[in-house]
Design a binder for this molecule. Sequence first.
Ligand code: ADP
Length: 488
Amino acid sequence: MQKKKRHEIKSAHTLSPEQHSLELLLASIDDHLVTYDREWRYKFVNDAAARVLGKKPDELLGKSIWKLFPEAVGNQYYRELHEALRTQKRIISEHFYPPFNKWFENHIYPFKGGVTVFSTDITARKHAEALLVESEERFRTMADAAPVFVGLTDEKGKVLFVNRTFLEFLGKTAEDVLGDGYGDVFHPEDLPIFTKAYGNSLRTHSAFTLDCRLRRHDGAYRWLYVTSSPRFNANGTFLGFVSSGIDITDIKRLEKQKDEFIGIASHELKTPITTIKAYTQVLSQRFQKKGDHASADLMSKMDAQLNRLTGLINDLLDVTKMESGKLEFQVRSFDLNALIRRTVEEMRLVAREHPIDLRLSEFGSVRGDRERVGQVLTNFLTNAIKYSPPGKKITVTCAKRNGEVVVSVKDSGIGIPVHERERIFDRFYRIAGDNHDTYAGLGLGLYISREIVERHGGKIWVTSKEGRGSTFSCSLPLKTAPRARANK
Ligand code: ADP
């Protein structure tokens, strides 16, 4: 070690002990330290500098840099060294030296007798920066080319980036929207909803999705489906949001047309079915009177199918009413246990192969729409029967719990996979798969049931073990009445 330092210590005999240790320290640091005299001869070179120059210190000391490295004459380093010596002003700069294929950050300190340069190899940092620039460029190209609207915000909600697709939609420039954003293009009815959802996500660092209307460059409001997800750095620090939006105006219009069609079709189907049902009953009575029991039996089978058809049409009509906020409730007090008993009795008549057990406890009456609550129960029971094999017991319980009453229908049927448990309450949602595909249905019963229960101020949920059975439950508050009208 001592031997290696020979070049710097050559003149050490003239130095004080402090100066000597300082030189030793400078010699051993990883950064490069070089001193030139006014004729650009190396006066001091530390180990790191000699290493990077690819020479022994002895080959450098006392020699002119421009003789040893003639290719550097006239380059940026050459100019800066001369300028610093001439002006006697410090220069800090970054500089790429092709022969070494390296980037340096140079601190050039002039003094009367020459120049001292302290330089750091910043090649790795420069590469990282270049990679970052490249990845930013890649992101930008991707975001700009994507047919969706993309935006980035910082942790305070300031807009950092919007892609070209979105700018073209808005008819604005990046300067218009960066920073304060584009609150002015929201539909006045949707801005408060968006602001609330966004503010909430900003506070809780959580994702949100929303349908909202934004004004396009031509002044037309378009529906966008917006998704915003929080961004975090590697340490988990919240950085802001990345948001995307797609124009769903056409989809919405088609959906509305579809809803209207379903509404009209269901309505139109109701009248002929009611008439057929009436004829069926008349014919059934006639056959009974004539003693033609076989034909009467066929008539009652036909009647059962007509009831099924009516049920399906009623579900479709209910959904149309729900979508347009027209599902109305007739609120009054009623005896829930009596309703459960009656509904179960009716079910026992049509589903003789499933024993239904009743476990009721007394709690007085509830307020709500008796028919609609009955509809929920019927749906739970129909499903319990439909999705469990004949002979399997179904248990209906009703009990008071913390100011509410909970009704549950338990079956021992095919059960529901965990990941489907929320979605089965969605509109037209049916579980796909061998177990479930064999059963017919529209996927509306639970959707309507959820609306009815929630409008009563209650909750609906399911617990289930796949292959072992399910328990569908709903709670109804004992005091509050439901909203007579939907607030959509
Ligand atoms: P539908 O029964 O007409 O398809 P629902 O809205 O009543 O519509 O139910 C939605 C889906 O939930 C059903 O398609 C079925 O896959 C599942 N499901 C409902 N009840 C049960 C149950 N008791 N057991 C197993 N799966 C059920």
